[in-house]
Design a protein around this ligand. Structure first.
Ligand code: NI
Length: 194
């Protein structure tokens, strides 16, 4: 998910970590974004180099969440930046790596939020989603975690898990808004094919 208020891009050379690569983010219209990603099997620690690239790519854009299919890897893997995990926005948690994330339950109340996505540049739309979730994932160390989240973390996890199922936030806007977006989305998709 895109960070609100675009910050100036950092020069990759400033980081001095040349073994970590900023990957190309696939843009709306690329069929890989519509594919259902595969469950990660085997030792999740093997994903570390990919995870480092994904973090670098996310911070560069800048984003607050990135799913592996957005960099062309069809696996159930997500990175999330340091965001608030409560409704008040007071408690900010550490960045998270989610292997095989699953939403276990959702609060019944929906809240609106303006979402953007690194794969759908220049478009911000209000999306209603459950305010809070309970979710489960595996860490890179192979530990299984189940926890609750509200606030921005609940929002980002729902947005990113959608990516793993080939769903984009523009699929979740109202029918009317989607009609209004149709031309802009077609232009994005045409850019990919050009
Ligand atoms: Ni996204």
């Amino acid at each position: 998910m895109q960070k609100r208020g675009r910050a100036p891009k950092r020069d990759a050379s400033e980081t001095g970590r040349l073994t970590i690569a900023v990957r190309r983010v696939l843009i709306y219209g690329d069929p890989l974004l519509r594919r259902k990603s595969l469950q990660v099997d085997g030792d999740p620690a093997a994903l570390r180099p990919l995870v480092e690239d994904m973090y670098q790519t996310m911070y560069e854009e800048p984003g607050i969440g990135l799913a592996a299919p957005q960099v062309g890897v069809s696996q159930r893997l997500v990175v999330v930046g340091s965001v608030a995990d409560d409704d008040a926005g007071e408690h900010v948690g550490p960045p998270l790596v989610l292997v095989n994330p699953e939403i276990v339950s959702r609060a019944s109340d929906l809240v609106p939020f303006d979402e953007g996505c690194l794969s759908v540049p220049e478009i911000v739309e209000t999306v209603d989603r459950p305010r809070a979730i309970r979710f489960r994932y595996t860490t890179l160390d192979g530990e299984s975690i189940e926890r609750d989240a509200a606030g921005l973390l609940a929002r980002v996890v729902q947005h990113e898990v959608d990516h793993l199922d080939g769903v984009l936030f523009v699929d979740r806007v109202s029918f009317l808004r989607r009609q209004l977006l149709r031309k802009r989305l077609q232009r994005l998709a045409a850019g990919v094919r050009a």
